[in-house]
Design a protein around this ligand. Structure first.
Ligand SMILES: Cc1cc2nc3c(=O)[nH]c(=O)nc-3n(C[C@H](O)[C@H](O)[C@H](O)COP(=O)(O)O)c2cc1C
Length: 178
């Protein structure tokens, strides 16, 4: 069994349809820690020591968030900036995350075909996620195939529930280390 840490970033959870459903689908899973970063740090003052300790207690990290301007909401970037320190996550002596796994779980407003060279967003999701992939690489972590839900605003309640169950299965697979 792997211990899974989900770091969730949504600045307007009261308006969320999809991430809220995903969150509810995984919160009760054993050996899965769910952290709502905006709830824990409403002023963005992240406790880097506590976050580093939390990382060390888990094998797999999931960054769950809506896609905002082709990236993550601000608090996740802040988390990276203060938690992934030199000497801890990378650089000399920075080997504490080596061998862990990292997965992005992302909802987008744009449909899947917008994220193609001929589409309105021009780049594929894998291309746009290169900074996260490379962050994982620098830290010696394995960047897994991202879990992506496109066209989030067009989804019906039934489709959202289907995606929530798929997400739960994916997190269970990570926890069962498959
Ligand atoms: C500030 C902001 C920026 C956004 N940027 C993007 C974007 O770059 N690409 C995209 O496909 N959707 C974008 N969206 C749409 C959100 O990704 C979408 O509303 C969200 O994934 C829906 O999930 P939710 O129901 O959990 O809020 C943006 C929305 C907001 C509010």
């Amino acid at each position: 069994m792997a211990r899974v840490l989900i770091l969730f970033a949504h600045p307007a959870l009261h308006r969320s349809r999809v991430n809220l459903a995903l969150m509810k689908a995984v919160q009760d899973l054993e050996d899965v820690t769910f952290v709502d970063l905006y709830e824990d740090y409403p002023n963005l003052h992240i406790d880097h020591q506590e976050e580093q300790e939390r990382l060390l207690q888990h094998d797999t990290v999931v960054w769950q968030h809506p896609f905002y301007w082709y990236a993550a909401p601000a608090i996740l970037k802040e988390w990276m900036d203060v938690v992934l320190e030199h000497g801890f996550a990378y650089g000399e002596g920075g080997t504490r995350l080596v061998g862990k796994k990292l997965m992005s779980a992302i909802t987008t407003g744009g449909p899947e075909d917008a994220y193609r060279p001929e589409g309105t967003n021009r780049f594929t999701m894998r291309e746009l996620l290169a900074p996260m992939d490379q962050t994982a690489y620098l830290c010696g972590m394995q960047y897994l195939e991202p879990f992506i839900i496109h066209g989030a605003r067009q989804l019906t309640p039934a489709q959202i529930q289907e995606w929530a169950q798929r997400y739960r299965q994916r997190i269970e697979e990570l926890r069962n280390d498959r």
